[in-house]
Design a protein around this ligand. Structure first.
Ligand code: AMP
Length: 286
């Protein structure tokens, strides 16, 4: 496994790979865990080369967010990636990616970033699309792997790839969870013991919503279920709980499989913000 720091060095290596050798790409911000490893393993099983980027992208963090304290654990990351089958790790410095900070080009997104994290974190989705488009142009993969944990991000990237005709396929990958259901996240390591315990609320409530469906036919009733349940979880500060059409992120009033309802949650545990989501279809067996 090679560690590459510069675009020019990567381009030299990329040019030596033949056209028939497929390149799979997994963009990350490091502080890697099993969720990331699952994407790398999938890419490794489907492509001749698997390139993983490690770059904590400043443009997707808001001014009061955790850019400075975001965990940087390069050595452990490299060990995990080697084991998972990565062939090359691209870990550039900030100046390599954005030589003229701040970035001059931004994305204006019509619909898909008006809700969920797009609404709660202004500018975040623009930052994601900036860095992902830059990395696609550098890495030139045929396939790019994204976790459904960041569901809205995945939808936006798919839209960008379609609309801007990037010659690659976006491969969405299932959420990897801890044994108690908590979605794996680099930010989980910020949690203290009590917060970690109560972080179970996110996946627990999504599971309850899914299991009660279709007995709770309206979104309003589902939201009521959540606010009642929350009373027992004092450390959880809800940011949002939404049930939206999983293809369009439009509101759904009544749950039916044709609307592809997906439940989304974001919540604070102390100063740590966590997100999760769960499709409410296909209907569970009665
Ligand atoms: P990040 O390093 O947080 O930017 O994540 C890099 C990629 O890993 C993104 O496509 C994430 O959606 C994905 N990812 C993060 N956590 C998980 C998880 N628990 N399961 C599956 N994919 C994940």
């Amino acid at each position: 496994m090679q560690l590459v720091r510069s675009i020019s060095e990567y381009r030299r290596i990329r040019a030596a790979w033949s056209g028939s050798e497929k390149v799979g790409f997994v963009p990350t911000m490091g502080a890697l865990h099993e969720g990331h490893a699952s994407l790398v393993r999938r890419s490794h099983s489907e492509n001749e080369h698997t390139v993983v980027s490690i770059f904590v992208n400043p443009t997707q963090f808001g001014p009061n967010e955790d850019f400075d304290k975001y965990p940087r654990t390069l050595e452990a990351d490299l060990a995990l990636l080697e084991k998972a089958g990565a062939s090359l790790v691209f870990a550039p410095e900030r100046e390599e990616v954005y030589p003229k900070a701040p970035a001059q080009i931004s994305f204006s997104i019509l619909d898909l970033d008006k809700k969920l994290d797009g609404a709660s974190r202004p500018g975040h989705m623009n930052g994601v699309l900036q860095v992902v488009s830059i990395l696609f142009n550098i890495i030139q993969p045929q396939r790019a792997y994204f976790g459904l944990k960041d569901y809205q991000q995945c939808l936006l990237i798919r839209q960008m790839v379609r609309e801007l005709h990037f010659p690659l396929e976006v491969v969405p990958c299932a959420i990897v969870r801890e044994a108690d259901g908590l979605a794996m996240s680099s930010r989980n390591r910020y949690l203290n013991a009590e917060e970690r315990q109560q972080a179970r609320f996110l996946s627990m409530i999504l599971g309850q919503i899914r299991d009660k469906y279709p007995h709770y036919p309206s979104v309003a009733e589902l939201k009521q279920l959540v606010s009642l349940a929350k009373e027992d979880w004092p450390l959880v500060q809800l940011d949002y709980i939404e049930v939206l059409n999983g293809n369009t992120l439009e509101n759904v009033q009544h749950l039916s499989p044709e609307q592809h309802p997906v439940a989304f949650i974001a919540a604070w545990l102390g100063s740590t913000r966590l997100i999760d989501n769960m499709p409410l279809y296909p209907q569970p067996a009665e």
